[in-house]
Design a protein around this ligand. Structure first.
Ligand code: WT7
Length: 672
């Protein structure tokens, strides 16, 4: 838990002295103001109440702001009622913004679709009516397993419209991962597609749903509860036109169901604390956590942060967040924040290098994108491809650049600003998590003098600290653990079906404080620098992965006796998954036969792909005879990280058998 040996060298970060103060022009037109900080710190609750009233439309206005009496479960604006879809869609149409473009869709093969807010209202209404006809009601769970196409946004909003709770599962997750999520939430409907386009090919999705839904119990083993799947129906969007297997009575084509449904539907007002969605994320154990968010507070903070952190001007900006709706970034900064604010946004289905490495910049040029929000890993990949590529496109429409998902190294930050932003645009490094629901720590463009590599300060209305082991705030110039010291509107309300785990995971480490799991440092100005996870969670390309979850996947393979996984620093992906495995005796010969166990590695990588998904596939698998353990049997991942990062192995004196690291090192050098 306190192992911070893998973190970037603090001293390097803290010697960063480049500053980018806002220009007078930007400051004069900015949505954010310095006074927001003083207002919020003088009266945090009235600050948030005002945002909730100004940014949202309520069916029943709230009178109560925060109820913290059942801490750590917060209730915000609890006696108010509203509907998320009404806020994201209908009110724009009613108030004369129906002809404004909501979604500019760019498919990977180059097909396009434009949906105005009025189009969106009709589509979402049809989808809501179709879901009602399939028996989905308020409070029911709906799993969404779709590519990044407009239907993904429509499906989420249709759930919100009828008060159903969506659980989006990233399309890159495997059938097994999908099944455990469907099962945990007891979803009654799955919305999927035949497939989507990725890397120039039609990539199937429906077979994974068929496999997840128990028909394929033979392939995956019996369902956890030995019971029938909770799923009654599967709505299937036709995207690629590829062949699909069909289960009569269960499967329904999306286009047929929507055609048969009316385009008139009145959104159902729900209580502010009604759950809006569940989103599974990796924790420090093998079982993903169903983080759930509610309606009023979540929408307030996503809308507020989207307006101020990106300086959104809904009438003129074209906004593009490159995240998939399968992640929290896609929930808060594709579906909810931007649409509640009436933004016009681009959504892109595919990969950045299909059909060529300039695709993103071509999209920026084509749609005159003015605000771009992406991840450091993508920026570093573009750096690798070379700055000649973006230079071939007209990127002059850009005016704000955002970064999220992992620490951004100052070099990547500077490249982003110089090459993509023409040395002109503010860059905002935004720190937050699935659990926080919305951005928590970030500069405000037009207000903050930015520093390459630092997320800098908590937003107005947010209270964060860096504390030591004893929960005491560290002085400027020192490092510690990032905590949040006051409840915030878009905070998670718990872990679906396991409130004790919510308390244990986030609230037990430091009394009365939310522990984020990140290490951080305050510089001499008191600005915050994020240093990466301090627990057994890895961050690969901005995707959160659990070491334990991948270890469990590995040991579920008959060849593997034991496995230890570490996140090793990687120049492009931030961290990369490196696995050390001990094979069962009966398989050890196989390694000797091929020398390096190459076929074993290939088989195990494929196995992790089926168990979790391609994003969790180890970059490197090393077959070893022993793992370094303490006398109490705990694997010392720190030492394995030294090996994986090609460093001299650190202190081995606490190992039960101090020769183990020598054996591992010798084994590796003889195999390479
Ligand atoms: C973890 C949360 C928030 C959307 C994407 C990830 C890391 C996130 C930053 C940043 C340094 C960051 C943290 C955090 N992280 N943003 N700007 N600087 N680290 O959401 O999957 O819930 O992961 O991502 O380690 O705890 P997530």
């Amino acid at each position: 838990m306190t192992d911070t040996s893998h973190q970037p060298a603090l001293d390097n970060l803290l010697s960063e002295d480049r500053r980018f103060p806002p220009t007078a022009e930007f400051g004069a037109q900015a949505n954010a103001h310095a006074e927001m900080y003083s207002w919020a710190s003088a009266d945090r609750l009235s600050f948030w109440a005002e945002q909730a009233r100004n940014l949202l439309t309520w069916d029943t206005p709230f009178t109560e702001v925060l109820d913290w009496s059942a801490a750590p479960v917060a209730r915000w604006f609890a006696d108010g009622r509203l509907n998320a879809c009404e806020n994201a869609v209908d009110r724009h149409v009613r108030e004369g913004r129906g002809e404004r473009v909501a979604l500019l869709f760019e498919g990977e093969p180059g097909d396009t679709r434009t949906l105005t807010y009025a189009d969106l209202q009709r589509e979402v209404s049809r989808a809501a009516n179709a879901m009602l006809a399939l028996g989905v009601g308020t409070g029911d769970r709906v799993a969404i397993y779709l590519p990044m196409i407009p239907e993904a946004v429509v499906a989420m909003l249709a759930c919100a419209r009828i008060g159903a709770i969506h659980s989006v599962v990233f399309g890159g997750f495997s059938a097994e991962a999908l099944r455990s999520r469907i099962d945990d939430a007891q979803a009654s409907l799955v919305i999927t597609a035949d497939g989507g386009y990725r890397k120039g090919k039609a990539s199937a999705l429906k077979p994974a749903v068929d496999e997840a839904l128990g028909g394929a119990a033979d392939a995956l083993g019996p369902l956890d509860h030995g019971a029938q799947s909770s799923v009654h129906h599967v709505l299937v969007v036709r995207r690629t036109g590829q062949e699909v297997e069909w289960t009569d009575g269960r499967d329904v084509w999306w286009h047929e169901a929507l055609e048969a449904a009316s385009d008139q539907h009145t959104p159902v007002p729900v209580e502010a604390e009604h759950p809006l969605f569940i989103l599974y994320t990796s924790g420090t154990t093998g079982k993903p956590k169903g983080i759930f968010h509610t309606t009023g507070g979540y929408l307030t903070q996503t809308a507020f942060t989207h307006l101020t952190v990106f300086d959104l001007k809904p009438e003129t900006d074209v906004y593009w967040c490159t995240a998939d709706v399968g992640w929290i970034t896609g929930h808060s900064y594709v579906t909810y924040g931007p649409l509640v604010n009436g933004a016009t946004q681009v959504i892109y289905e595919g990969t950045p290098d299909t059909p060529h490495q300039g695709r993103w910049w071509e999209i920026v040029q084509k749609y005159r994108v003015s605000i771009l929000y992406t991840a450091p890993t993508a920026i570093r990949t573009c750096m690798k491809w070379g700055e000649e590529l973006p230079a071939q496109y007209d990127l002059s429409s850009l005016r704000v650049l955002g970064s999220v998902g992992e620490p951004i190294n100052p070099e990547a930050w500077m490249w982003y600003r110089r090459v993509i932003g023409d040395d002109r645009t503010p860059v905002v490094d935004t720190w937050w998590q699935t659990e926080t629901g919305a951005i928590m720590i970030s500069p405000l463009p037009g207000v903050t003098a930015t520093k390459p590599g630092s997320a800098q300060a908590p937003l107005p209305g947010i209270s964060a600290e860096v504390v030591d082991e004893m929960a005491q705030p560290v002085p400027n110039g020192s490092g510690g653990y990032l905590v949040l010291t006051e409840p915030w509107p878009s905070m998670l309300r718990g872990i679906w079906g396991d409130q004790q785990r919510y308390v244990d995971t986030y609230w037990s480490r430091f009394d009365g404080m939310y522990f984020a799991g990140d290490g951080a440092k305050k510089d001499e100005d008191g600005d915050i620098w994020l240093l990466g996870r301090v627990d057994d969670v890895m961050n690969v390309s901005g995707h959160r992965l659990s070491t334990t979850e991948i270890e469990s996947a590995l040991v579920s393979h008959p060849m593997v006796a034991e496995a230890a996984v570490v996140g090793a620093q990687d120049a492009t992906t931030g961290q990369a998954v490196v696995a050390f495995v001990i094979l069962r005796a009966e398989y050890r010969d196989r390694v000797d036969e091929v020398g390096e166990g190459a076929d074993v590695a290939a088989e195990l990588r494929a196995h992790v792909t089926t168990q979790i998904g391609p994003i969790a596939k180890p970059r490197t698998i090393l077959v070893v005879a022993e793992l370094p353990k303490t006398r109490s049997g705990k694997i010392m991942r720190r030492l394995l990280r030294d090996v994986a990062e090609h460093r001299t192995v650190g202190d081995v004196t606490t190992l039960a058998d101090s020769s183990v690291m020598d054996q591992i090192a010798t084994g590796l050098s003889s195999s390479t």
